[in-house]
Design a protein around this ligand. Sequence first.
Ligand code: SAM
Length: 456
Amino acid sequence: MNLPDDFVTKYQHLLGTEAPAFLASLTTGTTTAGYRVNPQRQLSAKLTAAPRVPYAPWGYYGTVKGRSLAHQSGAVYSQEPSAMFVGATAAPQPGERVLDLCAAPGGKTTHLASYLQGSGLLVTNEINRKRVRVLAENVERFGTANALILNDSPDTLSPIFPDYFDKVLVDAPCSGEGMFRKDPAAMDYWSLAYVEECAARQREILTEAVKMVKPGGQLIYSTCTFAPEEDEQMMAWVLKTFPEFSLVPVEKSGGVVDARPEWADGNPDLKRAARLFPHLLKGEGHFVAKLQRATTAEAKRVHGQAQLGQALTGAQRKLWQDFAQQVLGTVPAGDLVTIKDQLFLTPAQLPALTGAHVFRPGLHLGTFKKNRFEPAYALALASDPQQVAQTLTIDSEQWQQWVHGDALTLTTAPAKGWYLLTCDQQPVGFGKVVQKTVKNFFPKGLRFTVYPEDLT
Ligand SMILES: C[S@@+](CC[C@H](N)C(=O)[O-])C[C@H]1O[C@@H](n2cnc3c(N)ncnc32)[C@H](O)[C@@H]1O
């Protein structure tokens, strides 16, 4: 791999005697894959036998194939090990209000969801229209029930959520130098000028992000670049521009090191942030900082209350309750709304979302058809098979037919109706049983063929 000349010169100057090891790790080193397991799931011994990522709860080194049961059912999320340090630094407590401002494809968001354990609120936002779809797919696949998914720019959100969140994560769009080894295409658009462009955009994003942190709350800032302009210098700028914020020490282990004050204005507090270098640990390049807002200010009030959809008709409520009682065994608590014929369970007590683009108002429960209710795939993946009344266990061969979109044939005929299909204790979707056939409702856009090599 040929690194850009300007990049090599810059880091030779910055790193001095450390530069050869650093540059060699990028040109001749190998990337280490990782995955996080989903704490909401029963996990097979195979998934948890891999070596642990030292700083990341639920994190393991190793590979899980995309066309595997573990991936499809949301038992795992493939994530580069250094990226796991970001969620581990944010580590929200159950019940907190959390904003992930730059969230697609959803690696950090699903990690934050694991910490929240289905409680509190996760507002997960992605500015890009195409990428927000992928974010929604991953949030649903991971069985996240308490997320509001938005598709907005930071300046649309800051007036809606003033002083609102316990934790705000800005996993910023950056020059991506830390990904050169994993994704050499990131070098194609890199230049010294591009670093400056990214820094300007980060200042804009942070200017809005700070407004949404409640007094006493925290802002977590991360990039996957080595560029001091986007890392230490960005934090030095925040400290000077927003004096209510101070850096709190990021706990470091497993080869994670202090950030470099000498690469910014020399403020020793900058050491409190963290750098992940590929020549010092098993992972790619990252920078992570944790900023605390002082408690002195009084929180601004949010306006109004969100109208995320329509109220249910009596007939719709009965259809849903009958389905939930019979198939789930219980009616989940929470606020229900419909958008056209779609039913959602929404987070409670949100402010008015004036001007925002709501991509998912909450957990998709299903669709009202003429006089019947059809449960959603998202509900299946958010369900705990051990709590669900009507489940049907399928084997690996049937799972392959299922994700391919085929109907399944059973040897005996259970009672007619909806069942949560499970394979190896993982929820894989709802199927409708009619005599000895299970009709396939696996979403058309997600169907895939499993090849023999995917099963090893
Ligand atoms: C580093 S990626 C986020 C990765 C994600 N947090 C994850 O863990 O999967 C940065 C994201 O910021 C988005 N972005 C780009 N420009 C932005 C802007 N001006 N404001 C907010 N987000 C932006 C990009 O579309 C991209 O999805």
